[in-house]
Design a protein around this ligand. Sequence first.
Ligand SMILES: N[C@@H](CCC(=O)N[C@@H](CS)C(=O)NCC(=O)O)C(=O)O
Length: 211
Amino acid sequence: MALDREASLVLFGRSSSHFTRVARIFAAEAGLEPVLRVVRDLRSQDPNDYGGNPALRIPVLETEQGVWFGALNVSRELVRRAARPVRVVWPEALDTPLLANAQELTLQAMATEVWLIIGKLGGAADDPSRNKAFASLRGMLAWLDRNVAEVLAGLPAERDVSFLEVALYCLVTHLEFREIVPTSPYPELRKYCEHFARRPSAERTPYHFDP
Ligand SMILES: N[C@@H](CCC(=O)N[C@@H](CS)C(=O)NCC(=O)O)C(=O)O
């Protein structure tokens, strides 16, 4: 059953995309290998190039049941299809300001990074609002760096992994991969990434530009 359902899984994304990597890590945690359909041109305005996603964004998971838009939906569906149960702490379980804010800032930092990268693609490198976006990104990273130890200690112990941990790892390593901002001012985040990088799911999904 699990194998039949896996055979029909197609992940629209890119190996260089941090939101896609979140989904790929959850696929690996779930023991699944969806086929990666590389979205080659992120300037395309045709939803069909994004698996039908009208937001024109990746990742999207195509299944026999329909398509799932966005990293969180995709990750949940992959975990539901896991052959063996994976104990995941999802965002809605983060019920303290510290944990909930860590989730919010991680996803916002990922979105800000997308904005900075896509803005550059579109030739908007001199847009003055980029300065604010960089300030915001640095502020979020500083907050996450200050709080990451407490956040990790506050996550439910009964878990294999949390959506927050996966997203945080994908965010910080992507900043390095795309050289958006140096990560040296954030030693706690770097330490966290060194630790998470030992998971087989992280080892199997390194960032690279698809040929
Ligand atoms: N809310 C979406 C955001 C996905 C997203 O922004 N993906 C980026 C790639 S990492 C993208 O598709 N960018 C294309 C664009 O901004 O035009 C999710 O959680 O998956």
